[in-house]
Design a protein around this ligand. Structure first.
Ligand code: SF4
Length: 337
């Protein structure tokens, strides 16, 4: 498998990267904490949306210690609007564990830093390798979904199994396991080897690309059939006045863990009414119906409209409450989300 990745091909790829690679400011640094947080923030989030959030995150939590010592509420408040809140919980738990283990020095000095990183919450095979490769501490070519696409086409492998590609990437010669090479693959995937209509004419890997030579680049990797998500129905208790709205803090585990929300109760059946909230979550579709209450529900707190955005709320609840606030003549703006 490695004969396609010879040193001449590597030179062509790196020349291409030097001339056409993307400028992303965070690539300048090699600080593990920054690399880890940015890689986590960029998962399932567009770069444009994440950029403002990256700056805010580091302003609020400039170091691993600052993140480890902060309460989870503060982390969720900065995360608000990005969705996939489990990432924020894991980041916070991993920061505490790593800080307790001795911080980044413990990783660097570890005989098996990959294993150590992968043992932390939310750090999977890709992120662990990205941290080690981008800091220059160890050599890896981390395989995410985009790099997988390039490798699948280059090697002509009709599989979506990321572990398979990572195993092959781990077995590459060390000259291919450098951060510039990883960045080159990532940029190639974004700019040239796109899911649809790859621009093979401009590709530095074209001479060795099996999928191109077979005349079917788009057939690699094979398409996965989208899985139908289950639908779940919820009632949301809304009690409000001209000052604010009564919200509860969700339990730390489960749906929107640790966030502030209208009280939610799952019901087994669809209501004949038109839903007030339709929202795609990772594992199911959320269908919500508002039930207006005259009395504040138990265990709730009155949050003034003007302070709503200081609390971490799930995006669809915040959107709904912004409309309610507007009905009371109060306009709320949300920063960069
Ligand atoms: S030649 Fe085409 S299909 Fe092959 S790696 Fe380059 S852009 Fe992708």
């Amino acid at each position: 498998m490695q004969e396609e990745l010879n040193s001449e091909l590597l030179s062509v790829l790196l020349r291409w990267y030097k001339a056409y690679g993307r400028y992303l400011p965070w690539r300048e640094g090699q600080e593990p904490y920054h690399i880890w947080v940015i890689e986590t923030l960029l998962q399932q989030t567009r770069i444009a949306q994440a950029q403002g959030r990256i700056a805010r995150f580091f302003e609020r939590f400039p170091t691993l210690e600052a993140l480890a010592e902060a309460p989870i509420e503060a982390v969720l408040a900065v995360w608000q609007g990005l969705g996939y809140y489990q990432r924020a919980h894991n980041l916070h738990r991993a920061a505490r564990q790593l800080h307790w283990l001795g911080g980044w020095e413990a990783v660097r000095a570890s005989p098996d830093p990959l294993k150590l990183l992968e043992s932390l919450p939310g750090i999977g095979p890709y992120t662990a390798r990205a941290i080690l490769s981008f800091t220059g501490w160890r050599g890896f070519l981390p395989v995410d979904g985009n790099v997988l696409r390039v490798l699948s086409r280059l090697w002509g492998i009709a599989s979506n199994d990321r572990a398979l590609y990572q195993e092959k990437a781990d077995a590459l010669p060390s000259s291919w396991k450098k951060r510039e090479v990883a960045y080159a693959f990532m940029d190639l995937a974004q700019l040239i080897c796109t899911p649809r209509r790859p621009k093979c004419l401009f590709c530095p890997l074209a001479s060795e690309c099996k999928a191109l030579h077979a005349g079917t680049p788009e057939a690699f990797p094979p398409r996965r059939l989208p899985r139908e998500k289950p639908i779940r129905y919820f009632l949301l208790s809304l009690c409000e006045n001209s000052i604010g709205v009564w919200l509860e803090r969700r339990p730390l585990r489960g749906l929107w863990g640790g966030l502030w929300s209208l009280p939610i109760h799952e019901v087994s059946e669809q209501s004949p009414r038109k839903p007030d909230i339709l929202h795609e979550l990772k594992h199911f579709r959320f269908v919500g119906y508002i039930e207006v209450q005259k009395e504040p529900p138990p265990a709730t707190k009155l949050i003034p409209w003007s302070e709503l955005t200081s609390y971490a709320l799930p995006a669809p609840i915040l959107r709904l409450l912004m409309q309610e606030a507007e009905a009371h003549g109060i306009s709320i703006s949300v920063q960069d989300s």
